[in-house]
Design a protein around this ligand. Sequence first.
Ligand code: NDP
Ligand code: MG
Ligand code: MG
Length: 339
Amino acid sequence: MAKMYYEKDCDLSYLNGKKIAIIGYGSQGHAHALNLKDSGCDVCVGLRQGSKNWAEAESHGLKVMTVADAAKWGDIVMMLINDEVQADVYKKDIAPNLVEGNALAFAHGFNIRYQQIVPPAGVDVFMAAPKGPGHTVRSTYVAGKGVPCLVAVEQNATGNAYKIALAYIAGIGGARAGVMETTFHDETETDLFGEQTVLCGGVVDLMQCGFETLVEAGYEPENAYFECIHEMKLIIDLINKGGVGMMNFSISDTAEYGEYVSGPRVLPHEEIKKNMRAVLSDIQDGTFAGKWIAENKNGRTFFNSMRANLAKHQMEVVGGELRKNMIWGDDQDMDTASK
Ligand code: NDP
Ligand code: MG
Ligand code: MG
């Protein structure tokens, strides 16, 4: 069983007198910076010159500096910029400003796991990884709750790296929900696997296949959107709340019977798991990471064309029209207004 920590296991005083530099002010960056500030920590935000977020962070009452100045100022430097640019920014602006006894922190292990960033020996290296989007990290904190987090220590140079990491997670509200101990190795591999096979890759392709099957058979695209895409969230909300049991309790017995007979027909388990093991193997041996790093070096031709094609797909166009009339209060989570 994984080791779990809660607020009682975390001592915020490990952040006393420590300056925390949050590099980036996007989804995670704004949430970490604002939550830590509200928890009484000494925080600044590090951004590139000309960043559209510079004035925004200042308007939220935060000190803002260039990335290099923030790295120099901070005792704890949290990397909350896109994973694919972290290595270059680290080499140019962070590494020259790290001194012995500092901590370098991450919300995802990619660059450490695949050795894109190799920190110096005298520095603590820890992970504080919320298991949820940054806007939820902020909105739950404000509501007195939190998003569960993963904690990991790659280098414990000061001997206090775990205490500091747990204090940091308490500061962003994560310890209210629970903190699971892991390693950079496991976090990176499971995170990549989950998003590729189930959460993003799996779900989007499943919905797309369902939508296309109905439309190709002559049904209205709006109907296909409601059935195969819109309802996904309603079903997932039930599973999130009470497991598959609660979903089955809530849906009709006809739907539950269909689940048992047609689910494995659409997704034959042995074949699907064979495909998933192949994806996992590419993650474990670095094949996926190598491709993603190369894609970024080569101008993202494949990535950009996939993104453009998806935006034109009928399920996105029809969904966009239908959603205009379905804007409820909870959609504000994604709004910049919630920063
Ligand atoms: P975002 O894309 O939301 O934010 C990116 C930030 O990085 C922006 O402030 C941007 O600056 C800055 N940035 C980008 N390129 C550069 C550069 N070359 N130099 C300086 N600053 C740059 O990132 P996320 O919050 O999504 O991700 C941050 C980290 O958190 C990643 O490691 C990710 O894996 C991890 N994570 C993300 C989750 C999420 O829900 N999004 C969940 C858990 C972990 P500018 O303001 O100038 O545009
Ligand atoms: Mg991920
Ligand atoms: Mg993830």
